[in-house]
Write a protein that binds this ligand. Structure first.
Ligand SMILES: [Zn+2]
Length: 129
């Protein structure tokens, strides 16, 4: 992955994984709002009435415990690692604040798109309960 590709990944809001999640949820009949800036961490998908939010996270940038998430960049470590660390710290704080305000949170990790049936089941469970 080149550096500019990396930058695009960080900046882009409507990433492909997010679109997939939105499509799944839409097909389940749920309606939602996107990127609410007034909520901590600007959750990707917001169900205001249900008081639930979904974040779609890239494993590398948000430090997932999977293989991709623990991978180190090949170059510019002194630049990328603190950046990732800040992301992780910001996520932690957003989740804490949201939870304290009574929101339910579900995080979809990029690596979970390998098994869409399982992901669908999990999303349904999250939204129904
Ligand atoms: Zn992962």
């Amino acid at each position: 992955m080149t550096r500019s590709e990396n930058m695009r990944r960080i900046k882009s809001k409507n990433t492909k994984p997010e679109l997939i999640v939105r499509k799944i949820i839409w097909s389940m009949g749920y309606r939602y709002r996107l990127h609410r800036k007034d909520l901590p961490g600007k959750p990707d998908i917001v169900f205001a009435r249900l008081k639930k939010v979904i974040f779609v996270h890239g494993c590398f940038w948000h430090g997932h415990t999977c293989k991709e998430g623990s991978r180190n960049p090949k170059s510019n470590l002194e630049y990328w690692l603190p950046k990732r660390q800040r992301n992780i710290e910001k996520d932690r704080q957003s989740i804490q604040t949201l939870k304290a305000a009574g929101w339910d949170i579900f995080i979809v990790w990029e690596c979970e798109f390998k098994n869409l049936d399982y992901l669908k089941k999990q999303l349904l469970e999250f939204l129904e309960n």
